[in-house]
Design a protein around this ligand. Structure first.
Ligand code: GLY
Length: 454
């Protein structure tokens, strides 16, 4: 069903809305691209944006950094922005939504208090315990000695996490007591994460597959998007250092297998907690799920028969690169959905998704994540249809498209099957070049094989 259906009981949208998207990565390009398709949107400003958002239809970049709340709010106020959409985690953790709310400016995203589900892992764990959402066992500690006591007392305690936002680097998955000790020293003695490491968690180590489950939330109810699976390690076969995510695909065959259990154990408890105002969450709630087993259970579980569903963590925003894989599958008006969330009217709309497969491959410099590509010319030749090149680390200088650090491009292809989507994404990458371009060759491979074998 289309969200423009007359069945939708919504207050009307402005006919010619002006939007502001805050952020400058691949996620924000995908959001601008999708928002621009709304017939009700006539202009999108992206602050600061990138080379892709700068060339997108209806979209203009604004030279305002994401942490300049005063300039962003002043722009929204002076330009009668109908909705501001916040992309990245840091401004949410620092209270940008509260800052816009002070002036009653329409903004999509959680308040600082609600975003605590992302910026404090201890808070998220307490929330999960209180709402019966399954999560690995944990101990919260506020100094090195407490941490070591937990590690020595519990054989299962082998994952050490900094409590706060740490640019995706705050998680240490350890095998031995010594490795845990080293992680705790980095957090509490060396203070490598600063204030984000004032508290740490020691968690149960789980083996299995991770899934990303993103939900639209309006403070009253939730609506889940199709599940996706990110590939966080830098190299093929999940080898090498962790990154922001090297590629993602959706839908996920493993999710389909556990769908009812995930609904019962994760989505319904979240729905209940939000409806009962245990947390007033408006925005995107992103549950990082693990379908897996503890090490002691591991020997007997090749077929997932003992696998449990666990929520490892929450994010309080759209995932990156999950958004780049999901937006091309969304068969609805994103502006209408975000506006409904902001007005607490989500239950009045229906959201449909294409029954297609989406595969998104990240292109970065071969040296990424240690260092990244800057100021190299990007050439994009002819692309097959249903391929979308979302820009992350790019900029336009005198009409030339140049690399600008980090993950450079998110190349997404949509097709009937995952095998076809993969083939199309990799064919598109053959048409794209910049110095030292590099990407994983196995994004979505496991899913494509699973689909072929069923
Ligand atoms: N894809 C991981 C994240 O957005 O945090």
């Amino acid at each position: 069903m289309n969200t423009n259906s007359p069945n939708n009981k919504l207050s009307s949208l402005p006919e010619s809305a002006h939007l502001l998207v805050v952020g400058g990565g691949g996620r924000e390009h995908a959001l601008c691209w999708k928002l621009a398709q709304s017939p009700n949107v006539s202009k999108i400003y992206c602050a600061p944006g990138n080379g892709g958002t700068g060339s997108e239809s209806k979209t203009e970049n604004l030279n305002i950094p994401v942490n300049d709340f005063a300039a962003l709010r002043e722009f929204a106020e002076k330009n009668n922005i109908d909705l501001t959409v916040i992309g990245p985690d840091n401004p949410l953790a620092e209270g940008i939504v509260d800052y816009f709310n002070e002036k009653s400016l329409p903004v999509f995203g959680p308040t600082k208090l609600a975003a605590k589900l992302e910026w404090s892992k201890a808070f998220a764990k307490e929330f999960m315990s209180a709402t019966n959402i399954p999560t690995p066992k944990f101990v919260v500690c506020s100094n090195f000695e407490e941490g070591m006591k937990a590690v020595k007392s519990h054989q299962w305690a082998r994952v050490v996490k900094a409590d706060g936002l740490a640019l995706g680097k705050g998680v240490f998955v350890c095998n031995t007591e010594d490795q845990c000790k080293h992680a705790l020293e980095q957090i509490f003695t060396d203070k490598i994460f600063g204030a984000a490491g004032e508290v740490a968690l020691i968690e149960e180590k789980i083996r299995g597959e991770e899934l990303s489950l993103l939900l639209f939330c309006d403070g009253e109810s939730v609506m889940a998007m199709p599940a996706s699976q990110d590939h966080k390690r830098r190299f093929d076969n999940d080898q090498g250092p962790n990154t922001g995510g090297m590629g993602v695909y959706s839908p996920v065959p493993l999710f389909e297998k556990f769908k009812e259990a995930i609904d019962e154990q994760v989505i319904k408890p979240l729905q209940k907690a939000i409806a009962e105002k245990k947390i007033d969450f408006q925005g995107i709630l992103y549950a990082g799920l693990m379908i897996g087993t503890t090490e002691s259970e591991d020997e007997t579980t090749d077929d997932n028969s003992k696998a449990r569903i666990l929520v490892l963590e929450f994010n309080a925003r759209f995932g990156d690169p999950e958004t780049q894989a999901l937006m091309p599958l969304l068969d609805a008006d994103l502006y209408q959905i975000l506006d409904a969330c902001q007005k607490r009217q989500l239950k009045n709309i229906s959201i449909s998704w294409k029954k297609s497969a989406s595969c998104c491959v990240i292109a970065a410099a071969s040296s990424y994540p240690e260092s990244s590509s800057k100021n190299e010319i990007i050439v994009i030749k002819n692309l097959p249809s249903d391929v979308f090149v979302f820009h992350a680390g790019t900029k336009l200088v005198d009409g030339k498209l140049l690399t600008n650090g980090g993950r450079v491009l998110a190349v997404t292809a949509v097709a009937q099957t995952m095998e076809q989507a993969r083939a199309k994404a990799y064919a598109a990458l053959e048409q794209i070049s910049f110095k030292d371009i590099s990407f994983r060759s196995d994004i979505g491979r496991r899913a494509a094989e699973q689909c072929l074998s069923t």
